[in-house]
Design a binder for this molecule. Structure first.
Ligand SMILES: [Zn+2]
Length: 206
C-alpha cells in the first residue's frame, strides 16, 4: 500500500484550484469550498481494479456460452443465447440496431475491460508496455457507451411483461451476465482516473 503523491487539481463542482497533500491509505481529500470529494486513496485500488476486470471478462465469456432465456408457450420450448438474440435482430434486417445492441452490451464492455487489464499489467512492469496511454484513453472514453446495467434493467422489465404470456425461465447465461455487470460496476467504482493517469505517465514506452 502506497501513499498518493501531492498534486494540484481543479474541483469538478466549483472550479476552485486545490492543492492536495500526500494521501495515506484510506485518506480522502475534500474541496474546502464545496466539500466535493476530490481524491481518495483506497487500499489496493489497482489490484482490485485488475481482479474485478478479469472476473468481469470471465463472466462475460460465460454469459455468451449458455442459454440466456428459455420460453415455453403451449408446449413449445425455445431457448436463446445472448449472441443469438443479437443475431435475430440482424436477420430481421435491423442491422444498425443489432450493431448498437452488440456494441453496448458485449463489444464495448469487453474492449474497455481488456484495456484496463492491459493498463494494469503495464503499470506493474518495469519496462512498461507499448500503447499504454492510448489504451487508457480509449478505455476511459468507452465508459459512457457501456450499457450492461441498462440492458439488465430492460431484460427484467420485459421479463415481467412476458411472464404472463409464456413460461419464461432465466438461463445460466443470464446469471453470468448479472455477475459480469456487478464486477463491471466494481471496476468503474475503483478507477481513480487521476491516479491511473499519474501511474501511466510514469510508464516507459507507454
Ligand atoms: Zn469545490
Amino acid at each position: 500500500m502506497t501513499a498518493l503523491a501531492a498534486s494540484r487539481m481543479v474541483c469538478h463542482e466549483c472550479d476552485l484550484v486545490v492543492d492536495i497533500p500526500e494521501l495515506a491509505v484510506n485518506d480522502k481529500a475534500y474541496c474546502p469550498r464545496c466539500s466535493y470529494l476530490l481524491a481518495s486513496n483506497r487500499p489496493n485500488a489497482f489490484s482490485k481494479m485488475f481482479a474485478y476486470s478479469v472476473a468481469a471478462l470471465i463472466f462475460l465469456a460465460l454469459a455468451n456460452a449458455f442459454p440466456f432465456l428459455s420460453l415455453n408457450a403451449s408446449g413449445h420450448e425455445q431457448s436463446v443465447t445472448l449472441p443469438e438474440s443479437v443475431a435475430v435482430l440482424f436477420n430481421e434486417d435491423h442491422v444498425l440496431l443489432s450493431a448498437i445492441v452488440f456494441a453496448t452490451i458485449i463489444g464495448v464492455p469487453a474492449v474497455l475491460l481488456l484495456g484496463i487489464v492491459y493498463v494494469s499489467i503495464a503499470i506493474r512492469l518495469p519496462q512498461g508496455l507499448p500503447g499504454t496511454r492510448r489504451a487508457l484513453r480509449w478505455s476511459l472514453n468507452l465508459i459512457p457507451w457501456s450499457m450492461a446495467e441498462i440492458f439488465l434493467i430492460g431484460i427484467l422489465v420485459s421479463f415481467i411483461k412476458i411472464v404472463s404470456l409464456a413460461n419464461v425461465a432465466l438461463g445460466m447465461s443470464f446469471w453470468a451476465y448479472v455477475a459480469f455487470t456487478v464486477f463491471l460496476i466494481l471496476v468503474l467504482i475503483n478507477i481513480d482516473r487521476r491516479e491511473v493517469w499519474r501511474r501511466v505517465q510514469a510508464v516507459r514506452n507507454g
